[in-house]
Design a protein. Sequence first.
Length: 248
Amino acid sequence: MSSGPVEVKDEVFKEEIQKASDFKFGEKVVKVFDDMVNRSVPFYEEMQRMIGEIAADHALKGTNIYDLGCSTGTTMINMNEHIDPSIQFIGIDDSKEMLTKCRSKLKEVGFTRPFKLEEADLNQKVHIENASVVVLCLTLQFVRPIYREKLLKRIVEGLQPGGILILVEKILAEENSYNRDFIKYYYDMKRRHSYSEMEISQKREALENILIPYKLSENILMLKEAGFGHCEVFFKWYNFSGIIAEKK
């Protein structure tokens, strides 16, 4: 599996920041994003591999595959290895810098299938049509809660019957006591991946107001209320999960 060019090490929060601000997917983060997710998300490469093979089993010729919050294009690159080359990929992100990096990575790996990259805010109306697969990988958690179900309903409307949404999210535990434990285990993982206490603390503070996780049960309920049928959990690690949601 390949995520494209050589990664630049994430040192965004290495030095002390005097005045904290909300996390932004700007140029500074984009440069190190691939290293950031590989070191911050448990089993990220395996999760990406799973997304690719799940998408391949549901991708239909003559339809579109959407990656909402496509960031630097890693998911599109990994799906590309498994899916018929005639199927169009559409990547959507609200960060212009991310899309520039994505386009560069796709070119570098020799991406030849038909594709589009679109700049759009998922909090607002996003057009989805004739889709067999839609991916939201660590993206819905950044959509404002009041807009999440609206986005999911648009996805349902844009999916073909039997089409799927592949949703990967950071989540809360069902019980608060386990939530504390899982967060502790998660920060231990980040320490094993060479993040310092300052980096962990400063990133946590920067994400506090923009990454709002739900419980796994809350995400499944929201998917059902948006119009999805069966929901199957395909990945779970403490406070991270992956769900396949199928359109009825």
